[in-house]
Design a binder for this molecule. Structure first.
Ligand code: ADP
Ligand code: MG
Length: 393
């Protein structure tokens, strides 16, 4: 099955134009600009970003477009082609906890911009996206980033990418109430085609690492498990708290600072905290190993690291569900070089590094395993590392 939106720039331009046309139809006049922000896949480095650790995401061709225009009367009108309800309010109205549903992301973007001293007045904004929502591909960060960029630019400001990242994270942390790290927003803003983004979430230092599986006869196969969400936010906040508690008990600023894993494990009384710490510390090491392999062009060597990451997320971090574990098992049995859950967990997507000639067989294997288990049929696509967020016009 082909991705909903290919990586070609022609395609991107066409989608931006479609968003502009939809804006014109809805609001009766043409937008001033269109902003694009992609979804992302985290190749490796899962649940490390809120412990100051390392991550290695890449952008998907799947992209959210926001067409927008400024208004001088303080009114804000928000529409999404993927949501039944539009919303309208005065720009001074929104406060954390007052906006329900999808509009909380763009409303939160305006709130954060104003909090940070940007002179944001009203605007009309229309969203159109090919990023599956709620599948762990980070549609929410794409929406927040696009709304922050649009809101600032329409009122004459040009925040840097790192400022957009910080503000878009605040949208989720402070307005929506999701205590996420900085991975999703960074991936959407900073990714480059044919590369993965190696990022130290403590220093925010980044490096574009060559990552183009298609050039070496491979592909990243994505399985959207479509597993029902199971209290995602509660579990996520719970893991976040556990990491903070463990760091405190170990006397370090964040789990990133644990250098002697055995000593740290011996110092923790709680078996649960020991498991969480072991995941974070070994996962950071796997990111560094993966980056070494990619820098040297040894892509196939990355496979076993992906699988080790999955086992750690399954057994130590405990964020997998049967749909996810079944997909990984089937992919590995069908010859994938490596496979793991990607994203926050409790459902979402699985990725596999697969030889081109093995792709079909891997897909069939997952579909067959899902039929046997009686799970909802998964959706499959191949992910090409694509460009980061930008203004289209
Ligand atoms: P993910 O970021 O992994 O896709 P989240 O639960 O963090 O999952 O974010 C999904 C939410 O983002 C949706 O429930 C919706 O509120 C919002 N969202 C994403 N894409 C769109 C869109 N195209 N239109 C409106 N809202 C969207
Ligand atoms: Mg999200």
């Amino acid at each position: 099955e082909a991705p909903a939106d290919g990586p070609s720039p022609v395609n991107a331009d066409r989608r931006a134009e479609q968003a502009a046309d939809a804006f014109t139809r809805h609001f009766g006049y043409a937008p001033e600009g269109v902003w694009a922000a992609p979804g992302r896949i985290n190749l490796i480095g899962e649940h490390t970003d809120y412990s100051d650790g390392f991550v290695l995401p890449f952008a998907l061709p799947h992209t959210l477009h926001a067409a927008a225009a400024a208004r001088a009367d303080g009114r804000v009108r928000l529409r999404s082609l993927q949501a039944p309800e539009g919303i309208e309010f005065d720009v001074t109205e929104p406060a954390p906890g007052t906006v329900e549903g999808w509009a909380a992301y763009p409303a939160g973007a305006l709130w954060v911009l104003r909090q940070e001293g940007y002179r944001v007045d009203g605007l009309d904004l229309l969203v159109d996206s090919t990023i599956p929502s709620g599948a762990g591909l980070s549609s929410s960060a794409a929406l927040s980033c696009a709304a922050v960029m649009a809101g600032a630019a329409l009122h004459g400001a040009e925040p840097s990418a790192s400022q957009v990242i910080r503000m878009a994270r605040r949208v989720e942390n402070d307005f929506v109430g999701m205590p996420c790290g900085v991975l999703d927003q960074s991936a959407s803003m900073l990714s480059a085609q044919g590369h993965a983004l190696f990022m130290d979430t403590r220093t925010m230092e980044t490096e574009q690492v060559p990552f183009a599986p298609d050039r070496q006869g491979m592909t990243v196969l994505v399985v959207d498990t479509r597993a029902p969400h199971r209290l995602v936010e509660g579990h996520y906040a719970d893991r976040h708290r556990a990491c903070q508690e463990a760091a405190k008990a170990l006397g370090v600023a964040a789990l990133r600072d644990v250098t002697d894993l055995e000593a740290a494990l011996a110092a923790l009384a709680s078996p649960e905290l020991r498991r969480r710490v072991r995941h974070v510390v070994t996962e950071n090491a796997r990111v560094l190993d993966t980056v070494d392999h990619l820098r040297a062009g040894r892509l196939r060597e990355v496979g076993p690291l992906l699988t080790a990451s999955h086992m750690s997320l399954r057994d130590d971090y405990e964020v997998t569900v049967p749909e996810v574990d079944t997909a990984v098992r089937a992919l590995l049995a069908a010859g994938a070089l490596g496979a793991r859950i990607t994203g926050g967990g409790f459902g979402g997507c699985v990725i596999a590094l697969v030889e081109r000639e093995q792709v079909e067989e891997c897909g069939w294997a997952v579909e067959e395993a899902y039929r046997e288990e009686g799970f909802t049929a998964p959706s499959l696509f191949e992910a090409t590392p694509s460009a980061g967020a930008r203004r289209m016009w």
